[in-house]
Design a protein around this ligand. Structure first.
Ligand code: ADP
Ligand code: MG
Length: 697
């Protein structure tokens, strides 16, 4: 056999053209090397035998030993099945086959002792195992390694006898013949300093482990490596950006001083002061800032944004603040307008519903430079919006914007990039932030303004509605306002809107004496705004809404929120929604309504919300429930390329890999040292991900 690992897989003994084509198509294995890198996703412990009495619902795959005491073929045609009873000293369990019935039936003899391997499922009150592996004890049961690798394979492959056993065999052959040709891209220094095993050993331990310890070592090594490459790219591109994108220095703080001395409405929290300093340091540096400002809902990001704006304006530059919805943009505008007037800076609002004549006037003011701050929706990034000199662009609630939209902001000036501040209330778990935003600086507001009382959250079933209405009444009588929120899920909008209208009607019936607003995404912006304003001004006591109120809306007097069908919301969204209350000094409440029927995840979500108001804790649970794939931005980051590492579980390994990548690039920023040749070549070959190594060396 040729030992070149880049050989087409069909040339491997035992594969051939037909199976080779199937491996190409089904699991993207094209070369010898690809097969070695098709890692098993778990190992079955064939050293342990369970007794039948030990079976419970927590078992996944288990191995049993016992004799067959009965055998029956029942049914006809497609309903035909084989059932056998397996017995050991502790009990009996049924084994069932729906496919290959005659063939299996012939193989099994009553009275003989077998080793059976499979997954028990509860059927009524008894367990059975469907389609177990079964082999008589007297043949060589212990064929193959005791810890059997299990690969992710398709039905088509298994039908052609390419099952986990067969793949193991092929890999064993590869390991035997090509072992010394397996390259290790990791520098020797990294392997040594971080106690890693070599690539060859790792592959051997995965495909043919002799112990659990070997598997653990191999996994650690592979996960480390996967994170290491991503981190190298992120750190490298950040360095390049800093060198390339020199920004404008913003150093004048005269307006800020006036604001601090005369208009600051409250004392800043320690965290607000700290992040303000971090931002100012970037402004002064002469390099372009790219900073993510994360802070839980209500932590006071807006004032930090305004302070940053004041520095930019004092320094002679224009600024932009972009929000994801018209409601939020409008609210920012009204909120900042009062400050702006006092300070004497010129501010304007631009959204989809801004009139043409108004736009024309805006365009002139932007181009002449007389307008200092433009607040708006993504209407801001349209090409027709041209600034004289945009010094700072702020994006609020970034998770609603795509990377591409943000990139457009970068290009608003001809000669330099504006400083960018991205604000989010969706706390990003540290591991995810490191992977996704390794090239952004991160500032965190981890402290709420003084005097805030944690929101009290309750979970109530739909049958408790009358009691909940009682609470609503009590709150309104104390002068508070109420949100009632309905989910709006893509694909079922019609039904959801009907729910919303039904809910509105039943509120009117329950509280004929109150004024009630209704807001949803299908309304015209002007109508939405009108209803919002009625609520903001306190003319209505109750607001029935879909999640359009999710981001940013600020009505401090609203202290009670009911979330209908709460089980249908994701955790991040529930947390965002709940953040609309608890913004004033009053005790606030959030009631999560659900039906009795709850999925396991649904239950965990509601329990988490009741237990915690800590956005980071909630984000962590969310990440564990959903996995990173669902978190926005993961697709672009190269995380999709992680085969074994899992950022929800492997944070500690990620930290190690990041440290290693940092050290390496500090020593050898261009990977020019011959010792790092293999690594450089490996990175150059990789075509995945948007960050290509070529463009940065
Ligand atoms: P978010 O971070 O969710 O955008 P906001 O900036 O809307 O939060 O602030 C929430 C509320 O808290 C606002 O009413 C704001 O005026 C108030 N606030 C912000 N900072 C402070 C502070 N340091 N002390 C008291 N109130 C504050
Ligand atoms: Mg906000």
């Amino acid at each position: 056999m040729n030992s070149d690992l880049q050989n087409p897989i069909e040339f491997l003994k035992g594969v051939g053209p037909q199976k080779g084509a199937l491996l190409n198509k089904e699991i993207a294995v094209f070369t010898f090397s690809d097969l070695l890198h098709h890692y098993p996703f778990r190992h079955e412990d064939r050293t342990k035998f369970y007794t039948i009495s030990e079976i419970n619902q927590f078992n996944t795959f288990i191995q049993l030993k016992g004799s067959i005491v009965s055998k029956k073929v029942i049914g006809e045609g497609r309903k035909k099945r084989l059932t056998c009873m397996l017995q050991d000293n502790t009990g009996k369990i049924e084994l069932v086959w729906f496919k290959g019935v005659d063939w299996v039936a012939k193989k099994i003899a009553i009275g003989k002792i077998y080793v059976v391997f499979g997954r028990p499922t509860l059927f009524g009150s008894t367990y059975n195992i469907a389609h177990p592996e079964i082999e008589p004890v007297n043949t060589k049961t212990a064929e193959g390694p005791a810890l059997m690798p299990v690969y992710s394979l398709t039905e088509k492959l298994k039908n052609k006898f390419l099952d986990s056993k067969a793949i193991t065999k092929l890999n064993l052959a590869l390991l035997k013949n090509c072992y010394q040709y397996i390259n290790d891209p990791l520098p020797v220094s990294v392997i040594k300093n971080y106690g890693l095993i070599s690539k060859r050993e790792a592959l051997k331990y995965l495909h043919a482990p002799r112990s659990l310890v070997e598997i653990e070592k191999a996994k650690y090594r592979i996960k480390f490596e996967e994170f290491f490459y991503i981190q190298l790219k992120l750190i490298r591109s950040k360095k390049i950006r800093l060198v390339k994108n020199s920004g404008v220095a913003l150093t004048n703080t005269s307006l800020l001083t006036t604001f601090y001395n005369e208009h600051l409405p409250f004392d800043l929290t320690g965290a607000q002061k700290r992040v303000t300093k971090e931002i100012y340091k970037d402004f002064k540096s002469g390099f372009q800032m790219n900073r993510l400002l994360q802070g839980d809902v209500g932590s006071g990001k807006t004032i930090v944004a305004f302070i940053s704006i004041l520095i930019a304006v004092s320094s002679g530059y224009q600024t932009a603040l972009m929000a994801p919805t018209e409601i939020l943009a409008t609210q920012h505008f009204h909120g900042l307008d009062a400050f702006a007037q006092r300070i004497g800076i010129k501010i304007a609002l631009l959204t989809g519903s801004t009139k043409k004549s108004e736009r024309k006037k805006l365009a002139q003011e932007l181009e002449s430079g007389s307008l200092n701050l433009l607040v708006g929706t993504h209407a801001l990034i349209e090409d027709t919006v041209v600034f004289k000199a945009l010094g700072l662009a702020i994006v609020d609630e970034q998770h609603k914007f795509g990377v591409a939209q943000r990139a457009k902001l970068w290009k608003k000036n001809k000669n330099f990039y504006p400083h960018i501040l991205v604000m989010t209330a969706t706390p990003i778990p540290r591991t995810l932030a490191m992977s996704l935003y390794g090239d952004l600086e991160i500032s965190t507001i981890d402290e709420l303004p003084k005097g805030r009382k944690p929101i009290i959250t309750m979970h109530k079933y739909d049958s408790h509605r009358l009691r909940v209405n009682g609470l609503i009444k009590q709150q309104v009588e104390e002068g508070r306002q109420i949100y009632i929120v309905y989910p709006l899920i893509e694909g079922s909008e019609k039904l959801d809107l009907k729910d919303l209208h039904d809910g509105y009607e039943s509120m009117r019936r329950a509280f004929p004496e109150y004024h009630i607003s209704i807001v949803h995404g299908k309304m015209k912006p002007a109508d939405k705004e009108f209803e919002m304003q009625r609520f903001v001004k306190g003319e209505t006591q109750i607001m029935v809404a879909t999640t359009v109120i999710e981001v940013g809306v600020n009505v401090p007097n609203a202290s009670f929120m009911v979330i209908e069908n709460a089980e249908r919301f994701g955790l991040a969204q529930l947390h965002q929604l709940r953040g609309r209350v608890g913004r004033g000094a009053d005790q606030s409440y959030c009631v999560l309504m659900s039906s009795f029927k709850l999925s396991k995840d649904g239950k965990i979500r509601l329990e988490t919300m009741v237990r915690s108001t800590d956005g980071f804790e909630i984000a962590d649970v969310d990440l564990k429930l959903r996995g990173p794939g669902d978190v926005s931005g993961t697709q672009q980051s190269g995380l999709a390329g992680l085969k074994m590492a899992d950022i929800t579980q492997d944070g500690a390994i990620l930290e190690q890999a990041r440290a290693a990548a940092k050290e390496l690039l500090e020593k050898d920023p261009h990977l020019a040292d011959p010792e790092h040749n293999k690594l450089l070549n490996y990175l150059l070959q990789q075509k995945t991900g948007q960050l290509k190594w070529e463009q940065i060396s």
